[in-house]
Design a protein. Structure first.
Length: 192
């Protein structure tokens, strides 16, 4: 069923070498793998029947390339859509971080020399405000942890609750409203 209210379509970028191996990829500019490029092209087929009033992308080349291959090369780059800044944990796998810092959780502890949950949540709040101000159906290309944070804030949850939402590469999710625009909801999640 199509909603009479605006919908926000979230697309996580296609696979990169680091996403395939579980390395935290924040500000490093890692290109899509061949598999990631193929999945990005297929996203275009999945999104071709939808109409968007705006298309926004993270500044990362992986998000911009996903948008381009999906047929949305005109995506407007929005710096606030960047993935979390992992600081000292950039390029590390969670299990490697846990050896050094047992019990660590990104959505609780943030990253040394990178972003805190509060900082990532503040960026997500700016995006949510811009989405609501823009109105209309909007398509976003970004990365997993930021889109999860954005989803939590869309719903009015603390940014830390982004931990509850898992996203696969080249997945499509939709945020929207239920009975009216005072009831933000997740309409579809992590479709690959």
């Amino acid at each position: 069923m199509t909603s009479p209210y605006p919908e926000i379509t979230l697309v996580r970028h296609g696979e990169t070498e680091w996403s395939a191996t579980g390395k935290h990829t924040g500000r490093s500019d890692i290109p899509l793998t061949a598999k990631g490029e193929d999945a990005a092209r297929k996203l275009g087929e999945r999104l071709q029947d939808k109409t968007f009033s705006a298309i926004w992308s993270s500044p990362s080349s992986r998000a911009r390339r996903t948008a381009e291959l999906a047929g949305f090369a005109t995506a407007e780059v929005r710096p606030d859509l960047a993935e979390w800044d992992y600081g000292a944990y950039e390029g590390l796998k969670t299990r490697e971080i846990l050896v050094e810092r047992p019990g660590w959780s990104l959505f609780r502890d943030g990253c040394p020399d990178g972003e805190s949950v509060i900082q990532a949540g503040a960026r997500a709040d700016r995006v949510v405000a811009a989405l609501r101000e823009a109105g209309g159906n909007i398509l976003l290309f970004s990365s997993s942890h930021f889109l999860r944070t954005l989803t939590a804030r869309w719903l009015g949850l603390p940014a830390s609750q982004g931990a509850l939402f898992v996203l696969d590469t080249a997945s499509v999710s939709v945020l929207g409203y239920e009975h009216d625009m005072s009831e933000p909801v997740v309409r579809r999640w992590n479709r690959t």
